[in-house]
Design a protein around this ligand. Structure first.
Ligand SMILES: *Cc1c(COP(=O)(O)O)cnc(C)c1O
Length: 410
């Protein structure tokens, strides 16, 4: 006999999420998610879809008509872009500055693309000269990279790379999930052809929706692969000249038709996540991009300088550090996981561990979205200092919080 249990009523603890994402969502985003559900072709719903397109043009600083949501986490946006652009045998150049650069390679390889990487030491960014040299030698169709790679906390400068891609006729895609809304991103000015992001970093929402935008040229490349699926295909749908996109769910040619005037049925838009994405963008644009980015820089600087004042060592080339996350070396005397556990259980604060070559060496502490605020920075520094003192780490007590507070005195 099987026994069924209902478990307890859902009641997750309230945590302060100060890792590299996910973070605590803005209260207004929680409200938006709990709004009433409506049908996918209700004119109110299609109206919201149009609003979301317009709002994300604002967030990504673009006029691209093809701006929409991919339903899924940020990785869904990345995969949709790569599988829709890259045909088997296409050449893609990928500067790899951290873990998420490897993810781009992995997805491109699964698609059957020919991948060439520029491997950068973790904690540094890719110089544009290396990109230009590699483009001349390799002649790729696409350059794919990551802007803020949270695995290393570095923010790849993109403007010059965009100009190089433009000059050589190479499509330019960037995963800006971790950097958007905390660091500058100018899609059109920097000649980006495709950008994908997620909500759970500086946009201040939950994971589960991936806003993307495609230049006209990029949309055309994708539409050449359009083969409308059986069952909804009509007379006027002529097949594209290029081979069909390997994924159905991530077929951006079909997703564009669902978001476009034809409203051709594809998936059912994830209504609650669209509400969340809409509110994240409204909050960002209402506060103003410059103000939001400045707030992230203030919180990020206060956190980094507080950690330094405690006597801890920061990871990576600080000139290129993302505003919204800092890597800090774990003192030799302490067990990094034990400290994280104690922060969580005694203070309700989560900070991040790290991956690959940095595993066990650094913690990553984020100040993003709703949590890019003085009280979150100060509380985290005070709590970390207490736990480190308990474990007899060789730190400077009494400095971190006052140092961080200086970033907030006017
Ligand atoms: C956090 C992060 C993601 C997140 O992807 P999910 O699929 O939402 O987990 C993607 N890209 C980068 C660069 C990130 O830092």
């Amino acid at each position: 006999m099987t026994t069924n249990t209902l478990f307890e009523t859902l009641n997750p603890p309230v945590r302060l999420l100060m890792g590299p994402g996910p973070i605590n969502a803005y209260p207004r985003v929680h409200q938006a998610i709990s709004s009433a559900l409506i049908g996918q072709y209700d004119p109110v719903m299609t109206g919201y879809m149009n609003q979301v397109q317009s709002l994300y043009r604002g967030v990504l600083e673009t006029n691209n008509k093809q701006t929409m949501l991919v339903d899924g986490t940020a990785r869904a946006g990345i995969e949709a872009v790569l599988v829709s652009i890259l045909q088997p045998g296409d050449k893609v150049l990928i500067p790899v500055i951290g873990r998420f650069g490897h993810l781009l390679c992995e997805i491109a390889q699964r698609v059957g693309a020919v991948v060439k990487t520029i491997d950068i030491e973790w904690g540094e960014v890719c110089p544009p000269e290396l990109v230009e040299k590699a483009i001349k030698e390799f002649q790729p169709k696409l350059l794919a990279t990551v802007q803020g790679d949270t695995s290393t906390t570095m923010n790849q400068p993109l403007a010059e790379i965009g100009e190089i891609c433009q000059r050589h006729g190479v499509l330019f895609y960037c995963d800006a999930t971790a950097s958007i809304a905390g660091n500058e991103l100018k899609m059109d000015e920097w000649h980006l052809d495709a950008v994908s992001v997620g909500l759970q970093k500086c946009l201040g929402g939950p994971s589960g929706s991936a806003p993307i935008s495609l230049s006209d040229q990029c949309a055309e490349v994708i539409n050449r692969r359009k083969h409308v699926e059986a069952g909804i295909k009509a007379e006027h749908h002529t097949a594209g000249a290029d081979i069909r996109i390997q994924s159905n769910y991530f077929d951006l040619a079909m997703v564009m038709d669902y978001w476009g005037p034809e409203r051709l049925n594809h998936h059912t838009e994830a209504t609650s996540m669209l509400y969340a994405a809409r509110e994240c963008a409204r909050i960002y644009l209402e506060e103003g991009s410059e103000n939001v980015i400045a707030r992230h820089k203030q919180a990020g600087d206060a956190m980094a300088m507080g950690l330094k004042a405690m006597g801890l060592k920061l990871f990576g080339n600080q000139q290129y550090k993302m505003n919204n996350v800092v890597g800090v070396y774990i003192p030799d005397e302490v067990d990094g996981d034990k400290v994280r556990e104690e922060l969580l259980l005694c203070f309700g604060i989560e900070i991040g561990t790290s991956f690959g070559p940095l595993h066990g060496k650094i913690w990553r502490i984020g100040t993003m979205g709703f949590n890019a605020r003085q009280e979150c920075v100060l509380t985290t520094l005070a709590a970390l200092e207490s736990v480190l003192l308990k474990y007899k780490a060789h730190i400077q007590p009494g400095q971190a919080v006052t140092t961080a507070m200086q970033y907030y005195t006017v």
